[in-house]
Structures are given as structure tokens and as C-alpha cells.
Design a protein around this ligand. Structure first.
Ligand code: NAI
Ligand code: MG
Length: 366
């Protein structure tokens, strides 16, 4: 089966790190390891400069027709003054919205070679592999009413509304259970049922949906206690599923367990296609366009490689290939190769500094 990939490199270091992954895809095609049909598109500032919008209708059509979108990063000081509706970030938001990407996946993986860069002790994080599944399109960030009211007595009232409907919880818990099947088959649902109605419904629906997966073990943990456990002993978790607000916080906390921003991939998934069962999907590094280092060939391409690895794993079912890519990343780190962002200040014993291309080449060779 041929997999259709739309490559949206974007701005800043986006094109530099995307080129390294594109070279891997070309090699895989040449070797007959999967079959990928790649198309390039413009997004962000690059699209604004060429087409006057952050993502054009034509590019959106290509995204909708693709099996997965690989996204680099968008933005930069060059576009600080452009109108709000066409600012680079608007391209990302439109892609998420029009593709219906309601599930945000953020793995926290700690490569043994980088365990000392974590904010926690080595034995707590070494070998860590947790996947946080965050609901992305509902909850308190979007619920109405959402306003600041003037109460007229020198007081104001700020109102945010947390709303979750059954179907929104059902579909995110299904994503978590589907993903757990490709991992250790354990899901931990986090909410605050002790003080929130949405937590009560979340808990009830999660229990029912997980019941459809006899091979999956589901646990419930209150989100505050979950945050504590995440920094106390994160290796107890496999897949964590949680709402938009708690997921935002817990995934940022988990990110700090792993070391560096240049290492973190992410995926956003939508509903399964009626005919093929395949979910709409976009894969991207967590970091931005890093304008401070763009054009200097020092950007770390690992988050982009690992994002492609997630596409192999979660969109294309190429689990052993994804494992090999993850292993290649771990191997080059074990061998001491470092881009500048993961090089300890003042260098380090047995470590070799490489640029974007050097790191890309080394990963492809492994
Ligand atoms: P950033 O993530 O681009 O950079 C933060 C710091 O991390 C910088 O010092 C940068 O050099 C470094 N860094 C980031 N990725 C790196 C990599 N792969 N290798 C080595 N070093 C790396 O965040 P910042 O500076 O806040 O934002 C820059 C621009 O990116 C802004 O226009 C922002 O709006 C945009 N942005 C875009 C995102 C996206 O496209 N998904 C996400 C976050 C920010
Ligand atoms: Mg956040």
C-alpha cells in the first residue's frame, strides 16, 4: 500500500529538519521499505509570503487527501506585523480544526544517553516511555460562556466553562485504548471526579469504553495526584488519557522529564475514516521555528525524525520500522553524537558535536 504524505516544512528551522527526514523517506522508498508518495506544501510565513494566507485552500485539500501530514514549524519575527487572521500560527490552527484533530499525543521518552539532562534523577527517568493522550478540541479552553463581566461595584467576574459531551470522551478514550494495544496495554485516565461534574462523566465513560477492550487495563487517578506520581515515579505509566486543561499541564511536566525541546515529537489524530478506518493525522515536533538558529545548520532534527517515527507507528502500522528508527536515534546518542542544544555546556567526554546534516546522516546510516 502506498502512503500519501504531505510535507509542510514551514519556516525557520522547519525546512532544515524536514530535509533530513525527507532523505530518510527517499532511502526507504529506494530500498522498498514501505512505499511513500510525498508532496510538498507551503504553510505559515512561507505560505503568507507566496500566497497571502497562512495555509491556502489548495494546500488544505492536499492535507485532507493525504494519509498523514508531516509538519515542521511556523512563525518568526519577520511576520510579527501581519494581520491576525493570516499570521503563521493561523495555518497550524486551521489544519488542526479542518482535519478534526481532537487527540494530541505527546510521548515522553528518555533516552539513556540523555538521562542526566533530565530535571529528575537518572534512575527515575532512564528508559522512560510514557504517552500522554490529551483531548484537544473541547473542555474549558473552548466552553461558552467565556467572558469577563463588569459587576459594577469595582468587581469583575471571569467565567470559563468546562463542557464535555459523552461522544468527546468516548472518542478520546478509544484513541488511548487503540494506542495502548501497540504498547503495554495499560491506560490511566486522569480527571477530578471528586470536585468536577465533567470528571464524573469522564470517569464513567472511560470505564465503559475501556470495557470494550478486554486486553486493556484501565486505572483511574485524580489528576493532581497523577501529576505528583508523574514526577515521583513516571515509569509506572504507559498511556495517560486526560482532558484538554489537565493534558496541557501534564504533558509540559512530562516534557521536562526528558531533557531537551529539540527531542520531543507529537502527533494529533482525528476520527477514523468510514471506508478505510484510518485516522486523519498530523505529526510535528513540539518545538517552534527557532528563528535564533535558523540558517546556521545547528538545529537538532531528532524531534522531526521521532515525529515521522510516530507516523510509521500510528498511521501506517509499521511498528518494527518505527522501533528501528527509535533505536537508531538512541544509538547515535549512545555513540556520543550531539547537536549543540543537547551538548553539555563546555562539551563533554567522548561527545562529538554535529550539525543538522551530520545528525541526520548518522541516524539514516544506523
Ligand atoms: P522555539 O521552540 O522555536 O525555540 C525555543 C528555544 O529552543 C530557542 O532557543 C531555539 O533555538 C531552541 N530550539 C527549538 N527547537 C530546536 C531544535 N530542533 N534544535 C535546537 N534548538 C532548538 O520557541 P520560540 O522561540 O518561543 O518561538 C519561535 C517561533 O516559533 C515563534 O514565532 C513561535 O510563535 C513559533 N512557534 C511555533 C510552533 C509550531 O510551529 N508548532 C510551536 C512553538 C512556537
Ligand atoms: Mg502547554
Amino acid at each position: 500500500m502506498t502512503h500519501k504524505l504531505l510535507l509542510l516544512a514551514g519556516d525557520g528551522i522547519g525546512p532544515e529538519i524536514m530535509a533530513e527526514v525527507k532523505a530518510l523517506i527517499d532511502w526507504m522508498n529506494a530500498e522498498g521499505i514501505g512505499s511513500f508518495e510525498c508532496e510538498d506544501g507551503l504553510v505559515g510565513g512561507a505560505a503568507y509570503d507566496a500566497e497571502g494566507v497562512a495555509v491556502s485552500d489548495a494546500t488544505m485539500d492536499k492535507a485532507l487527501a493525504s494519509d498523514a501530514v508531516l509538519f515542521g514549524a511556523v512563525g518568526g519575527p519577520k511576520w510579527d506585523g501581519v494581520p491576525y487572521e493570516v499570521r503563521p500560527e493561523a495555518g497550524l490552527l486551521r489544519l488542526r480544526k479542518d482535519l478534526g484533530l481532537f487527540a494530541n499525543l505527546r510521548p515522553a521518552i528518555c533516552y539513556p544517553a540523555l538521562a542526566d539532562a533530565s530535571s529528575l534523577k537518572r534512575d527515575v527517568v532512564e528508559g522512560l516511555d510514557v504517552l500522554i493522550v490529551r483531548e484537544l478540541t473541547g473542555g474549558v479552553y473552548f466552553g461558552e460562556p467565556k467572558e469577563i463581566k463588569d459587576l459594577g461595584n469595582g468587581q469583575k467576574r471571569a467565567i470559563d466553562t468546562q463542557i464535555y459531551d459523552t461522544y468527546e470522551i468516548e472518542r478520546i478514550v478509544r484513541v488511548a485504548c487503540d494506542l495502548a494495544r501497540t504498547r503495554q496495554k495499560r491506560v490511566t485516565s486522569m480527571e477530578k471526579r471528586n470536585v468536577m461534574k465533567s470528571g464524573l462523566l469522564w470517569n464513567e465513560v472511560a470505564t465503559r469504553i475501556a470495557g470494550e477492550y478486554p486486553d486493556i487495563t484501565l486505572d483511574h487517578v485524580l489528576a493532581d495526584a497523577g501529576g505528583m506520581q508523574l514526577v515521583r515515579w513516571p515509569k509506572q505509566f504507559d498511556v495517560i488519557v486526560t482532558d484538554n486543561l489537565f493534558g496541557d499541564m501534564l504533558s509540559d511536566v512530562a516534557a521536562m522529564l526528558t531533557g531537551s525541546l529539540g527531542m520531543l515529537p507529537s502527533a494529533s489524530l482525528g476520527a477514523p475514516d468510514q471506508a478505510t478506518g484510518r485516522r486523519k493525522a498530523m505529526y510535528e515536533p513540539v518545538h517552534g521555528s527557532a528563528p535564533d538558529i535558523a540558517g546556521t545548520e545547528v538545529a537538532n532534527p531528532i524531534a522531526m525524525f521521532a515525529s515521522f517515527g510516530m507516523a510509521l507507528r500510528y498511521s501506517f502500522g509499521m511498528i518494527s520500522e518505527a522501533d528501528k528508527l527509535d533505536q537508531a536515534i538512541a544509538d547515535v546518542l549512545d555513540e556520543g553524537l550531539r547537536t549543540r542544544d543537547i551538548l553539555p555546556r563546555g562539551g563533554g567526554n567522548g561527545l562529538t558535536e554535529v550539525g543538522t546534516k551530520g545528525m541526520g546522516q548518522a541516524i539514516r546510516e544506523r
